[in-house]
Design a protein around this ligand. Structure first.
Ligand code: PMP
Length: 353
């Protein structure tokens, strides 16, 4: 396929958008007396809109951590904002469509619905493998986005690089690869593909391995032309001052490698313990920080755990998942409590039988 023209894929009104220019964007140099943004002059710093310098500092720090050239990283209010921006930038409401794997993260479809874009959900195989032919067969000249999540939520498996390449080379629009869980994956990130494919957008987040879900910081790695347009379309101050400051403070101490190692160790220990429990018929392989487990009556087990203060996610209504619960790997103590509670459930079940 000839090289895709990503500017042509953007909506005309977005490509030609005259963006809002903030008071602070228009000013350069030392901050003096600020009478430009109708803020209150009273307060402890939060009376002021977030500074462009603080945002740039965090961007620079993240670009360095990710090994991404300047201008190729977008900072969103969670990667949920990045997903929504993909629709707003590339898809014409009522006309275009987005292709996505199923089951997968629910926001791809919700954002499609909000933006009046047809969501074409294409089933994975029974073994949760990606069906490249089916995904390409579901696309047409109005397909602007293809969402792939790897490792996938809720199935916890990753997809091979060769298949992602096939999709990047043959899909007629932008391919959005959501790597929210890539820090837990043996395969790691596919960000090296950005240099080869301008139609690739990689989503990452500080909400998972980085342990900052409460901050709401998501990342899109993409061609600088896409990043520029995302910055024009986003709300002027999408990341607040406190969030920027906290992220800058927390990043150096986050100790990502040690935390990930601990979670992976627990993942192995949980797999072993859970596989011995008779009520769990299957513990599906995981390349992420959660498991999908199959059990005869997921709702019953869910309620049993809930009554003991343990909350898991019932995924039995998701396509292909079967009677399944999704369980996140917690701290060793939390995991012990879960294993103990399911053991109790098993003994209650055998008494009933
Ligand atoms: N992508 C996937 C695959 C997710 O599972 C989630 C949240 N569970 C998100 C994105 C949302 O991430 P954020 O907190 O950065 O909005």
């Amino acid at each position: 396929m000839e090289k895709i023209d990503i500017l042509r894929l953007m909506r005309d009104n977005i490509r030609s958008l005259d963006p809002y220019s903030t008071a602070r964007d228009e000013y350069q140099g030392e901050l003096g007396i600020l009478l430009d943004a109708n803020e209150s002059p009273y307060g402890e710093g939060l009376n002021r809109y977030p500074s462009t310098a603080l945002r740039s500092e965090l961007l620079g720090r993240l670009e360095a951590i990710k090994g991404i050239p300047s201008g190729a990283l977008f900072l969103g209010n969670g990667s949920d904002e990045c997903i929504d921006l993909c629709y707003r930038v590339f898809c014409r409401p009522g006309m275009d469509n987005a292709v996505m794997i199923s089951p997968s993260y629910g926001m791809y479809k919700v954002c499609a619905d909000v933006n009046d874009i047809e969501a074409r959900q294409v089933l994975l195989g029974e073994d949760f493998s990606i069906q490249t032919d089916d995904l390409l067969a579901a696309s047409d000249s109005n397909s602007r986005l293809l969402f792939i999540c790897s490792p996938n939520n809720p199935t916890a498996n990753s997809f091979p690089e060769s298949q992602i390449r096939t999709l990047l080379e043959n899909f007629p629009g932008m391919v959005v690869l959501d790597e929210a869980y890539a820090d837990f994956s043996a395969r790691g990130s596919l960000k090296k593909l950005l240099a080869e494919y301008p139609n690739l957008i990689i989503l990452q987040t500080l909400s998972k391995a980085w342990g900052m879900a409460g901050l709401r910081l998501g990342i899109a790695l993409a061609d600088p032309q896409v990043v520029t347009i995302f910055n024009r379309v986003r709300y002027p101050y999408n990341i607040g001052t406190d969030t920027l400051r906290l992220a800058l403070d927390l990043l150096p101490a986050a100790d990502l490698k040690a935390k990930v190692a601990e979670i992976l160790k627990e993942r192995g220990r949980m797999r072993e313990a859970l596989s011995k429990l008779p009520c769990l018929s299957e513990i599906l392989p995981s390349d992420a920080n959660f498991f999908l487990v199959r059990t005869a009556s997921p709702r019953k087990l869910y309620d049993f755990l809930l009554a003991r203060g343990i909350i898991v996610r019932d995924r039995s209504k998701s396509p292909l998942c079967g009677p399944a619960l999704r369980i996140t790997v917690g701290t060793p103590e939390e995991n012990d409590r879960l294993i103990k509670a399911i053991t109790e459930y098993d003994s209650v079940q055998s008494t009933i039988c």
